[in-house]
Structure formats: structure tokens, C-alpha cells
Design a protein around this ligand. Sequence first.
Ligand code: C2E
Ligand code: MG
Ligand code: MG
Length: 560
Amino acid sequence: MAFDYKVYMESVERFMMLTEQIERVEAPEVNDALADICRFLRIGRVEASFYDMLSDGIGEEERIVQYSLRQGEYDEANVITIKEVFGEGDTVYYRFYPKAGESAWSGIELDKIAVVEKMLFRFNQRVKFMHLAEEMKLRDHQMPVWNITYFMRLAERQMKERQIGRYVACSFNMRRFSTVNRVLGRDNGTKVMLAFVKNLEDEFSQEECVCRVGGDSFLALFCKEKLDFVMEYLQGMDIFYDEAENKKICVSAIAGYYVIPDNDAARLPNDIMDKTASALKMARTAKAPYVFYNEALMERIDRIKQVEANFQKALDEQEFLVYYQPKVDLKEYRLVGAEALCRWMKDGKVLSPDNFIPVLEQDNAICELDFYVLEHVCKDMRRWIEEGREMVRVSVNLSRRHLEDSDLLDHIFSIIDAYRIPHQYLEIELTETTTDVEFKDLKRIVGGLQTRGIRTSVDDFGVGYSSLNLIEEMSWNVLKVDKSFLPQKEGGDARKFVMFQHIIALAQNLGLECIAEGVENLEQVRILKENNCFLAQGFYFDRPLPVEEFEKRMQMVGKA
Ligand code: C2E
Ligand code: MG
Ligand code: MG
């Protein structure tokens, strides 16, 4: 052979240098250097076989061919095998086959082959550890399951290969797991969680995964065909935690799914995770077992987040405005009162209550807003009194959220009295209640307002959980018939019309004032009058008006 020792040494050096830097056995430069060494030593094939020692002692073989000529060009009969052990009993066998048809290796060649073997061993060790370290990055710290980085890698790969549209992503959270832990103990709890996840993963291919995000939260990526199966699985599965005793427990998870569309190829894994997280959040809020992500949902969540994030600042900066919608007496078409309705002046736009009240009602933020509105109404009224205007009664809406507040009455009166507003000028609108507890609280509040001269009205009567007890047991002053009961025209929905007539008659017989809200046309005015309802509020007369416009609607009474 035309190889001289210098070339050989250079190859060895090159090999050593490359193996310090390079991560993969297949790297072509490493193999080239190895090929040069092998040619010099007349080696036809080098083969490494790893035996991964499992706990029961049976090895799993993984064979790596480091260098090889074609079959027949190496001599299989005179192979030299060297055994090495590393890690916790993992074994690797190196096999050196001589080139076919050449004389046997000399002693010097055999020494050099032993050196090459050591080099390869060191190299393979590095690679193996590198793989282990790499895998460690993808494993959860506490449980033998993948972590979120693994999810990201898999998703990224499927995106690159334009396969992501075949998948569904799902965030799930074990349901009532603190109870499981309490009942079974932490160790069994962990065992159950692991089994629940592993059993699911067992149904998945290499191209699918279940990953732990932390605590009892997981993320899964799986093919669309498996959606039904996964949904059923997460709804509840029996998990054995003591096979010997046949003890099992049913575990379930609450889930947010994102069915990834075909054209989602350009997006990032983070985006997919955000979407499943939003769906999961929505499932939690809605107390549903699962929710599927869609764009409308996203908008809703965005809006909720926006409102939650900006509310306090908006309140401090007085971005909430109070509009007044006139109430009209139908006999003389006179303005006899108004309802205070809140608006949010946000970034130059006026937001109506539908956009923020339902969000604020999720927690007690609505109560702060209601007190704010009440205070603004009192402030306006104080001014009206001082300006000598003829006063009309204004009603303020109070959310049901206030019912549990035992200081509510004190709070209301402290505001009203601070502005020295005669109580007869105020009315509080409350909606119907759903539970017995609320019923009791409502009764206390309606009574408390009454005794101190503040009028109360049942808002949106007829749509909620109206019970006759509600009006029989409490001394309301006004019944506001919900707009949905208002006939669009006579002879429309006959049943609704009958109910409408009876609601008005009921109010009258009980001595309650009755007002119809949402009056939009003359026909409705006529029907109201025919049925002896002489109070109305609605767009036919006025929309809710900014305070300056409302003031123009009020009549000035000249000062003395
Ligand atoms: P609500 O108390 O039943 O108020 C009546 C709603 O009907 C108002 O909507 C009003 O603008 C609307 N309306 C009046 N006339 C007509 C009409 O002719 N046709 C139609 N289609 N609608 C009419 P708005 O102002 O959007 O308020 C919606 C709801 O938000 C209110 O219903 C009330 O429940 C709530 N809300 C508004 N301001 C406050 C507040 O300060 N505190 C609380 N807790 N809730 C408020
Ligand atoms: Mg109202
Ligand atoms: Mg109403």
C-alpha cells in the first residue's frame, strides 16, 4: 500500500481532533479519518455492538458499523473481538475484520489496532454521554416522561416537514388530583398520575407524545385519527394502583384541544401551546370537561384579559362614564325618571356594558364599578339640586354579586348621604335570584333599602328564574318587564303576549309600578297603553344619553 507512517499519524491526529468536537459517529470527516487509519492497518471492517444492559440482565443490541469495505472484501473468519464495559454495566464489543486475501496482522499492527480500539471506545463513550445529556434535556425532572422541550422539538419537526396539519394538540390537567393525593397518599398519587399518562402514551407512535409541563399539567401531540380515543380516555379511566389487591381509581382530566389546520405550517410551537392553553382556560372557566380552540374563543379570551388588565386603571382614571336613559310617562309623554347605565370610554371609543360587565361579574370587580356609578350619579344629582333643576328619580343597577356583601347597605347609604341626596330620588335595580341563599340576602337588602326610603325594582322580570315568591315575599316598588316580553306587534307570539298582559295585571294587583323596557316603536306604545302600562323606557323615546344631553332633556326650574 502507498500509505506511509506520516499519513497514518496525521489521520490519527485528525481523528482525535475531530472526535473532540464532533457529536455524531456518522459525521463524514470522522469516518474519512478512520478509513485512512483502517487502510493503513489493512482493516476491512470495524464494527461496534452496544449491549444496553436491562435490569433483568438481557442485553439489547444496537450495532454501529464504524468502517466497512464491501462484503467479501473483508475476512469474516479472522475477526478480532475486544470487549469494553462502561456506564452501569453497558457493554460494547469491537470487532476488527482483516482485509480479505492479505497476510495475517503483524504484532506491531495488532498493537496499533488496540490503540485504535481505545480511540473508538473513548469516542463512542463521548457520543453516548452526549446522547444521554441530550435526552436528559427532553425528560421531566421528576417523572420518567418527556418534557415540554420534547413537545417543541416534535412539533417543530412536523412543521418543517409540513406534517403538522395531521395533528391535534391538547393541554390537559388532572382533575381533582389533590383529592386523589389525599385519599391515596402522595406516592400512590404519583404512581396513578404516571400510569394514567403512560397508558395514554402506549397508544401513541414515535411521532406522537405526551409531555409533562409541570405539576399535574400535560401536553400531548397526536394524530387526528386518535382524537376520539384521547377524548374518551381523558374523560375518565380506571387506573390500578395496587395490582395485587386489585385496587383502582377512576382518573380524568380537563382538556383544551387545538385541531391544527393544514395551513398552520408557518406557525411556531409556542403558538400551538398558547392555543391549547387558552382552550383549557376556557374549559376551566366554563366548568366544561373540554373545550376546542377556535378564533372566536381567542377573541373572547383576549377581551377578557384586556378588561381584567385595564379595569383598575380605568376606574382610577375615571374612564367609566354614566349615561342616563330617560323613563317616560305615556299619559303625558313626560320624562319621569332615568336609568343610569355605564359606558367605558376606552381609547376614544365608547364601549357598551356587554363588553365588560360579564367579565367584571366573574369576580367582585363589578361591585367596585357599581359603587363608582352610584357615586357619579349622586355627584350629578348634587349638582342638579344646586343648579335648582327639577329633579327626577334615577335608578342604579346593582349586580347580584353584591348580595353576599354584609356591609352593602352601609356602603350604599354612606355614598348617598355623603352627597346629601334625598332618598326618594334614588332607586336600585336588582335582578332575580337563583338560589335560596341569594333569596335570603336579596330579601334583607330590598327590606333594608325600603325602610330607609330607597325604592327598589326587579330588573329584567320574566327572563331569569322568576318565582312568584320573589315578588310576594319582598316589598318591591317597581317591576321592569324584560324587553323580550314586549310584543313586536299584536298577534305576534300569542303566548308571550298573554304572559305580557298577565305580568302587567299582576304588578297592578299587587300595587307595583310596572315599566316596560326596550320600547322601540309606536305600535308597542299603543299596546302598552291598552294594557294599562303607562311607563316606558326605550329607543323610541331616547337612547341612553351622556349627562350633558340628559340635562337638556330635564326641565330647568328657575332659581329664586
Ligand atoms: P338593563 O339594566 O336591563 O338595562 C337596559 C338595557 O337595555 C340597556 O343596555 C339599554 O341601553 C338597553 N335598551 C334600552 N332601550 C332599548 C331599546 O329600545 N331596545 C333595545 N334593544 N335595548 C334597549 P346597556 O346600557 O347596554 O346595558 C346592558 C346591561 O348592562 C344592563 O341591562 C345592566 O344589566 C348592565 N349594566 C349597565 N350598567 C350597569 C352598571 O352600572 N352596573 C351593573 N351592575 N350593571 C350594569
Ligand atoms: Mg337595569
Ligand atoms: Mg333591564
